[in-house]
Design a protein around this ligand. Sequence first.
Ligand code: KG4
Ligand code: ZN
Length: 342
Amino acid sequence: MRVLGIETSCDETACAVVTDAADPSRRILSHSLFSQMREHAPYGGVVPEIASRAHIEHLDGLVAEALAEAGLELADLDAIAATAGPGLIGGVMVGLMTAKALAYASGKPLIAVNHLEGHALSVRISDDVPFPYLLLLVSGGHCQFLIVEGVGRYQRLGTTIDDAAGEAFDKTAKLLGLGYPGGPAIERIAKQGDAARFSLPLPLKGKPGCDFSFSGLKTAVRLALESCGPSPSERDKADLAASFQQTVMAVILDRARNAIALFDAAHGAAGKHFVVAGGVAANATLRAGLVDLAADHGMRFTAPPMKLCTDNGAMIAWAGLERFRLGMIDDLEAPARARWPL
Ligand code: KG4
Ligand code: ZN
């Protein structure tokens, strides 16, 4: 079985072909990606109109590249999958309409994939992680805990009530003048910083449930920066980055404890997998904290390789493949959706 997947919901134009080989290392037949990071960097964040135009410019070429790299023609595919939401609607429309055109022209079935389902199942490309598992999805657009019970069967335990964790990293980086994307920049300078210097509030810490809130933290960072005077030094910035990062980690670990308790009550946590996905999963401090937390609860920690953690085409192709195997296909009327909770 071979499925083409298209991802255009944010600032990565991506396309991949996957197959259901028994050996996980052979499942990705090709993987093409154009990162628009440079287009958006001058604005300190993703500009929707620029993103849509860049998807239009690059997608056709990436589809051709992904097919060529896999040594396949359109006619060799079993299905064509694309992100149908949630995301920036212009971009989603570019990807979904392209997939519809390819499906119509080739007579192959279309699978309209929820981007979050793509992230939720991505760990199963590289690892045969069994259902059910607990997923922490932390990216620039999302911050939530899900129990992944099966394909199309998700229980959301908590989500952010304002900003996503990656967004908080990006906004803090912007305040500190570090450029976009902010996560890697903060992590880099935080290494030289003193995390104990600034005491920042821990939003929702100790509260029941596993929702997140990060917007208050952003305000606290701004006030802390202002307290350093009109021209903060490199040391001030490094200390603030370290304090911010440690605070985000403390909040995530606090929420994760509650999520594990809920998962444990539903399915028994011991021996099950705790999975983390999304761009923020690249953060070494967060990973280390989660590895320890999972071990404390007898859970197995798994994260997809980094190229599958951030937005990519393979996760959409794979979610399409898992759906296709179960007969879950869509018709050409499938709508593009800006909002689409799992
Ligand atoms: O999953 P992703 O590529 O795109 C979305 O779906 O949002 O995640 C991008 C986000 C950005 O906010 C970026 O700042 C954050 O992931 N990020 C990080 C790190 N690397 C990327 N955040 C913290 N530490 C990192 N090392
Ligand atoms: Zn994403």
